[in-house]
Design a protein around this ligand. Structure first.
Ligand SMILES: NC(=O)c1ccc[n+]([C@@H]2O[C@H](COP(=O)([O-])OP(=O)(O)OC[C@H]3O[C@@H](n4cnc5c(N)ncnc54)[C@H](OP(=O)(O)O)[C@@H]3O)[C@@H](O)[C@H]2O)c1
Length: 307
């Protein structure tokens, strides 16, 4: 099996002859067709999750790739051989998707919407599931509420705008240069360029603020909340309040896919209510270019690797 590994210099390398995973109880084997590249992958290569891998005794060769689309190779309880699926592997314990095959618990994926290609389907699960949990379950966004999404053009943000609108929110988006016209068709009611408008210049208050940029501080965010409003940082820490008991800060941690929620997301996609956004596609053999692109500013949606 081919796949990306992290070599002794903490760099990615494409290897052949890796061990193909074997599906265990409640798992199926999936032949991966496409997978996304996202900030987790570089952090994983740099060793950020090594302590967790050690704690859970995870010693899999492939350590990157959270989202995927592909074809089921073995019959399971929910899925059968030949089904086209998309999903999000467990961030720590799962077989990762930067490989030709992965084994995955059937509860962590769903049937692919039939109006998407494999690359498009791989661009959806992590961003849509995480923002659905953030906005619906953590933030309790209701119709008519005012939502601010900071970092709105990235892999999570572009899904968050669309899901915010599907849940009935009024969406203000903050993104980089020249994203204004790009983001409007996805439903953003107001778009600010973070190079021109500082968060301190925005006089509006919001019922919910989702910060996907990890560049904001708690004090500034609280000033922009309505009295019952909530701030949700993408990466919860003590400093941004995400790991504190502060009732105005929501804790967000989505570690793996969820069959019911991904099926709901697939329905939205099938009905044309939610769209996949691909920044750039690369063949797996061009993984170095894909990771270079990840370092650039101004991306729109997800970077995709295809076999
Ligand atoms: N808690 C959870 O369960 C969970 C799950 C998944 C992901 N995450 C986290 O969510 C975050 C977003 O993930 P992603 O995949 O969407 O990343 P991404 O694609 O890199 O998007 C991040 C966005 O933030 C923007 N940004 C950077 N600095 C900014 C600033 N000062 N003001 C406004 N926007 C700014 C970037 O725009 P430019 O290109 O212009 O810089 C980019 O569009 C990551 O930190 C990830 O680790 C959390």
């Amino acid at each position: 099996m081919k796949g990306l590994i992290v070599d002794s210099n903490k760099c990615f390398a494409l290897k052949e002859n890796l061990t193909r995973p074997v599906a265990e109880l409640d798992e199926v084997l999936v032949k991966v067709k496409s997978a996304s590249v996202n900030p987790f992958d570089e952090e994983s290569a740099a060793g950020r999750f090594d302590a967790y891998f050690a704690e859970y005794k995870v010693d899999k060769e492939v350590q990157s790739g959270l989202e995927f689309s592909g074809i089921v190779e073995s019959d399971g309880q929910k899925f059968k051989r030949g089904d086209k699926v998309f999903g999000y592997v467990n961030m720590i314990t799962g077989w990762k998707s930067h490989a030709e095959y992965l084994a995955i618990n059937e509860n962590q994926m769903a049937l692919m919407p039939n109006n998407l290609t494999f690359p498009q389907a791989a661009a959806i699960p992590l961003g849509s599931l995480t923002t659905l949990v953030a906005l619906q379950d953590v933030g309790r966004l209701k119709a008519g509420m005012k939502l601010l999404i900071i970092g709105a053009a990235g892999g999570l943000g572009i899904q968050g705008i669309q899901i915010g609108k599907l849940l009935g929110g009024h969406v203000t988006a903050i993104a980089g240069n020249s994203q204004t016209e790009f983001l409007r068709p996805y439903g953003a009611d107001i778009v600010h360029d973070y190079n021109q408008v500082s968060i301190k210049d925005i006089s509006d208050t919001f019922d919910l603020i989702l910060d996907l940029s990890n560049a904001q501080n708690l004090e500034d965010m609280k000033k922009r909340l309505t009295p019952k409003g909530m701030f949700i940082p993408a990466e919860p820490t003590q400093e941004n309040g995400g790991e504190s008991e502060d009732p105005q800060v929501g804790y967000l941690m989505v570690m793996e896919g969820n069959f019911e929620k991904l099926s709901r997301i697939a329905n939205w996609v099938s009905e044309g209510k939610l769209r996949a956004v691909i920044d750039k596609e690369f063949h797996f053999s061009d993984y170095l270019q894909a990771f270079s692109r990840l370092k650039e500013k101004g991306r729109r949606g997800r970077i995709i690797l295809n076999w």
